[in-house]
Ligand binder design. Structure first.
Ligand SMILES: Cc1ncc(COP(=O)(O)O)c(C=O)c1O
Length: 385
C-alpha cells in the first residue's frame, strides 16, 4: 500500500514502539508513587517532557500532557475563556479551523461569548490586517491554527503573535499539523498556548500536549488529583507519553532532512499531476504550505469516487479532513476559499510521510491520471464541457 494520508494519522515509528514497550510491561508504576517503580515512571515522564519542550523551543515546565490535539485545543480555549471572562468575552478565530477549535468556539458562543471568524482568501491565508481590525477592548483570546489540516497552508503566526503580545491578548495556535513538519519555536511565534498531537508525528494515538507559556493562567476543565500542575488531573498515560517524547526527539533530530525529502516529493507530485491532467488545480498557496501536503481539485469528477478508485489501486488518500470525511457537506475549508460546491466536491488531499519514494509518487500520478480519465468518461459534469 502507498499511504498518502499522513494528515489523518501517521504510522507508529518502530523506534517509538520500542521505547514504549517496557512501560506497558515491567515498568508499569504509577508516577505519583515514591518507591523505585514509581520513580522510574516519573523519570520517564520528565524525560518525555524535555523532549517535547526541546522540539518547540519551550521550557519543560511549560508542557502539559493531554489526550491529544482535541483536548489541548479545548483546554487552551475554554481554559482562557473561563479564567478571563470577567475581563472580556470576545474571541477571534478563523473560518478554516479544525472542528476541535471551531466547535469549541461555537459552544462558547452558546454560553455568552462572542466569536469573530476571520475570512481566508483564495490562497487560504488569514490576513494580519484583518486580525488587527477585529481586535476589541474585550478581546481575551485569538486562536488561529498554524497549518491547515486540509490544504496545508501555513498562517502568519509570528506576525499575529507580535500584535497579541503588544496588546496583552492571549494567543493560541493549533500546531497539530505543523509540529515535526516545519521548524516551530514558541519564542519566534510569540504564542501563549500551542497544541500538538502525537499521532501526527509518528507517535501513538491518544496523547498530546499543550504548551502554556510561563505566566499564562488557565482555568482547569477537569478536577481531581494534582497531576500536571492541577490542569490535567488523572494518572498519567506513561507509555503514550514516553512514545510522544521519543517521536518528538526523532522529529527534532531528522527535521531538516525530512523537510528536504518531503518538499522534493511534494514538488514532483504537484508538477506531475498539474502537468499530466488537464483542468487540475492546486488548492491553497503553493509556497506557504506544509512540505508534505498536496491538495488538488479536478473539474468534472467527484473526490469520493476518486478516493475509492485509488484505494482499489493500493493508494490510501482522502478528500479532506478525516473528521468530516463521512459527511456529504462540502468542506468548510474549501468553501472558505471561495470555491463552488461542485469544485469542492472534486478535491483530493495527498499527504506524504515516511517511507514514500519517488517511484511511489510516479505510480500515484499515473493512478490519479487513469482514474480521473475514467471517471470523466462517465461524468455528465465533464461531458457537457
Ligand atoms: C489541525 C488539527 N487540530 C486538531 C486535531 C485533533 O487532534 P487529535 O486527533 O489528537 O485529537 C487534528 C486531527 O486531525 C488536526 O488536524
Amino acid at each position: 500500500m502507498i499511504y498518502l494520508d499522513n494528515s489523518a494519522t501517521t504510522p507508529l515509528d518502530p523506534e517509538v514502539f520500542k521505547s514504549m514497550e517496557p512501560y506497558f510491561l515491567e515498568e508499569f508504576g504509577n508516577a505519583s508513587t515514591f518507591y523505585k517503580l514509581g520513580r522510574e515512571a516519573r523519570k520517564a515522564l520528565e524525560i518525555a517532557r524535555e523532549n517535547v519542550a526541546a522540539l518547540i523551543g519551550a521550557n519543560p515546565q511549560e508542557i502539559i500532557f493531554t489526550s491529544g490535539g482535541t483536548e489541548s485545543d479545548n483546554m487552551a480555549i475554554k481554559g482562557t475563556a473561563y479564567r478571563w471572562k470577567n475581563k472580556g468575552k470576545h474571541i477571534i478565530t478563523s473560518v478554516i479551523e479544525h472542528p476541535a477549535v471551531e466547535e469549541t468556539c461555537r459552544y462558547l458562543e452558546k454560553n455568552g461569548f462572542e466569536v469573530t471568524y476571520l475570512p481566508v482568501y483564495e490562497e487560504g491565508l488569514v490576513r494580519v490586517e484583518d486580525v488587527k481590525e477585529a481586535i476589541r477592548d474585550d478581546t481575551i483570546l485569538i486562536t488561529i491554527m498554524q497549518a491547515n489540516n486540509e490544504i496545508g497552508t501555513i498562517q502568519p503566526i509570528a506576525e499575529i503573535g507580535k500584535i497579541t503580545s503588544e496588546k496583552g491578548i492571549y494567543f493560541h495556535t493549533d500546531a497539530v499539523q505543523s509540529v515535526g513538519k516545519i521548524p516551530v519555536k514558541v519564542e519566534d511565534l510569540n504564542v501563549n498556548l500551542l497544541s500538538l498531537s502525537s499521532h501526527k508525528l509518528n507517535g501513538p494515538k491518544g496523547v498530546g500536549a499543550l504548551y502554556i507559556k510561563k505566566g499564562t493562567i488557565l482555568e482547569p476543565l477537569i478536577h481531581g488529583g494534582g497531576h500536571e500542575r492541577g490542569l490535567r488531573p488523572g494518572t498519567e498515560n506513561i507509555p503514550g507519553i514516553v512514545g510522544l517524547g521519543k517521536a518528538c526527539e526523532l522529529a527534532r533530530t531528522h527535521l531538516d532532512e525530512n523537510i528536504k525529502q518531503l518538499t522534493a516529493l511534494r514538488e514532483q507530485l504537484i508538477a506531475g499531476v498539474l502537468g499530466e491532467i488537464e483542468e487540475s488545480y492546486l488548492n491553497g498557496d503553493h509556497e506557504k504550505r506544509l512540505p508534505n501536503n498536496a491538495h488538488f481539485r479536478f473539474s468534472g469528477i467527484e473526490g469520493e469516487s476518486l478516493v475509492l478508485h485509488l484505494d482499489a489501486k493500493g493508494i490510501a488518500a482522502s478528500t479532506g479532513s478525516a473528521c468530516s470525511s463521512k459527511s456529504l457537506e462540502p468542506s468548510h475549508v474549501l468553501m472558505a476559499l471561495g470555491m463552488e460546491e461542485v469544485d469542492a466536491h472534486g478535491s483530493l488531499r495527498l499527504s506524504l510521510g515516511k517511507n514514500i519514494t519517488s517511484d511511489d509518487v510516479e505510480f500515484t500520478i499515473k493512478a490519479i491520471k487513469d482514474s480521473v480519465n475514467l471517471l470523466r468518461s462517465m461524468s455528465p459534469l465533464w461531458n457537457k464541457n
